[in-house]
Design a protein around this ligand. Sequence first.
Ligand code: ADP
Ligand code: MG
Ligand code: MG
Length: 933
Amino acid sequence: MESTKYVYSFKEGDGKNKKLLGGKGANLCEMTQIGLPVPPGFVITTETCLAYLDQKKGKEGLQPEVAEEIRNAMAQLEKETGKGFGDPANPLLVSVRSGAAMSMPGMMDTILNLGLNDETVAGFIRLTNDERFVYDLYRRLIQLFGTVTFHMKDEDFNHIFNGLKKEQGVREDVELDAGSLKAACDRFLDLFKEKTGAPFPQDPYVQLNLAVESVFKSWMGKRAVDYRKEFKITKEMANGTAVNICTMVYGNMGNDSATGVAFTRDPATGENRFFGEYMINAQGEDVVAGIRTPKPIRELRKDMPNVYPELEKLRHTLEDHYREVQDLEFTIEKDKLYCLQTRNAKMNAAAFIKTSVDMVNEGLISEVEALLRIQPDMLEQLLHPRLDPDAKAEVLAHGLPASPGAASGKMVFDADRAESKAKLGEKVILVREETKPDDIHGFFAAQGILTSRGGKTSHAAVVARSMGKPCVSGCEAIVINDLNREAVISGVTLREGDMITIDGTTGNVYMDKVPTIEPEFVEDLLVLLEWADEISELQVMANADTPEAVSKAKKYGAVGIGLCRTERMFNQPERLPVVQEMILADTPKEREAALDRLLPFQKEDFKEIFRLMDGDPVTIRLLDPPIHEFLPSAEELSDEIDKLGELKQTVEGMAVLPDTLKMLDPELHDRYTVNLDVIIKGLEELKAKHLAGPMIESKEIMLKKVKSLAEINPMLGHRGVRLGITYPEIYAMQIRAILEAAAEHIREGGRVSPEIMIPQVCTLEELKWVHRYVTRINGDVEKKYQIKIPYKFGTMVEVVRACMRAGRIAELAEFISFGTNDLTQATFSFSREDAENKFLPLYEERGILQHNPFDVLDIKGVGRLMRITMEWARKTRPDLKVGICGEQGGHPESIRFCHHIKMTYVSCSPPRVPIARLAAAHAKLREKEFVLD
Ligand code: ADP
Ligand code: MG
Ligand code: MG
């Protein structure tokens, strides 16, 4: 068997192999090999860590073969540095640093100045003639070694140290003299013995091996395990930690020494300027730990004019080499610069975008590299206001993240109140148990919506998303009492007018106003997305129902509308009564009369959308939801009828009141008669206007209708094309509105590509039925306008049977669009709202399902069905246009899959369009890495 190599010197390790050497180790090797001033050292591999952790229980200590390789590497290091490990004459000191393949800031530990003991301390003092410096190193070693390897408490050390400072009457560490630091060492050594039961190890190899072991063990420590879980770091991403042994360099050797951290560009804005902080006469973590206030890097130019140019040079060398913004650690020892670490900088989306475009312009990276360095999901940050990450706020309750973005406002409990307050210029959050079409004006008025019931496809969620307003739905911790205009959340009673903040990106609800950061659609992003479009094969369209949403989609760069739902157009306040009339109609004739009044509305909507999209495809879905959704609920109606009945009785009672009063007490009657008359007259008017027969009667009729339309399972009930076939007038009106709008737009000199999409189809026969209306009406319209209309006819695929019959369906359908919300419900037999409210979170937590399939396309199940569908459909019609219009169409992983199966387009909500454009380019650029199944 090939013998395993456990240790790699910085001079030989492969800088690309982060899995084996860890990120820190690989970069230390790489920097050494390109000639940067890295102190000599070596890496112990992650595999060694795994082997160590795998050892049989009860077997203590480092594996002997590992210990031996470390000894050899140390001997090598001694040769290279001319120092000796444990040699008092010229002691070699090292740091022992952890570092896994993925950076896990602050999760695992580092020990500095290892190799000091009573003898080497004495020797080092003789050598440097600097007692203060050496005791400063020693006290750090004892504390770090004690806390990292023996889990002693930092507080205990700090307590002693701060006590000393107080005794000396100083505030800063650097003000302590040699004597005090020596005293600190003595007391630390006592503390060590007291807490661990043994004296501080004097043998440097004992120190070294224990330190290495404790770094290995820290990989499975609770802190690190939790961190990996929280940030979803899998074994494939990082498995085990490497240990880096690095010769010490000293930033605490006086005022010509320093330590610091820097970014090659400003990580907050992306600006190309050196950014960082340093501290004179300090070591290691002092900068980060906030021991003293560090100075901004530009001051180093004055403080150390000899070294600063070196540092600038390092900055450029690192960027030129890594071609990525770097986050580096450096130390200056007596005017000599050393680089101790570099890694790709973590930045916010704005900085990523700016640096991407800048670095292309500077010729540092290619456009492709610029695109690939930005994770599509990151763009989300730029598209909605978000909570200021620096703001500290306590979460009051948690609901579903239904529509991203954050908003603050005063609570209001109904839409009218929202509207009236908004008119006064107040910012409000609409808080409801759930919302209905009647609430729509409240949506327009509110900054955001919070509901206590309903999932991510509830009315509130869908409408909020389409408007790009933040929404938290299904926040069951909130008990709303809208009569009293108050809500109880986790024991706190909030009243109308109280300020709250909701974060639709996380689902969190906060008390009071939490500061937010506004989104900006920066110029650089536009540039970047144009590069993306040149690469991608998938087109990106948007789901948009209203002209406002369509213009947003256009602004975000959608090349068409992949889904325009027509029901939203019915929900507007001036139209809803006509829609209800249409539904309540007893005869087709009456229904047509109502529809005739709706036609102009629909036509205007479509014309406006055609005008905005000017020739780009607009896919219009004919009416889909069960029509009872446009009527009030049965309970609501019964309630109203009861109330009206009571009111009627009261009014009638009032009418006889004067006579009764006269009979009982004539004097009282005389006194009140004038006022009573006024009231009664008012009430009579009210009665004549509202209570005389028709009002109650019409409500009763409606109630009857509502009851007759009620369905046990509306999701699987009378909706979509089923509705279109049973009430042909409805679809006929919509088809006419589309085609006439198209004709009129063409006549006005515009271009159009309308696509008529039929929902819920399960057999070709249904399509044929509707297709007949379409050809007939198109004939009419073309004759009327004397214009040829270039329309397409197709269907949404969201029923499993339609997938299985795709070959036939494609005979008539010129395009299909996967409605992956319903298709996912149908494939899993999950109703989405019940699933998301009841068991999906647990399924995800237990790993039964990896993701919520309504957020991330279920490639293995639903995706496979889609592949089969496309295969059969394109056998019939090879050039069939295929898209996806479920929400998953805006999710990068799902987009990757859609690219892979050669879909024509994805369609998602307007704000996700930029994300999808970038993801589509990534999908193309990384297509070789994609493995299916
Ligand atoms: P972290 O991953 O927490 O940053 P590091 O291993 O990078 O931990 O080390 C912590 C601090 O100690 C850093 O400031 C680093 O620059 C410093 N440091 C590490 N090794 C040495 C060394 N050999 N000489 C001087 N300073 C060092
Ligand atoms: Mg570091
Ligand atoms: Mg559907």
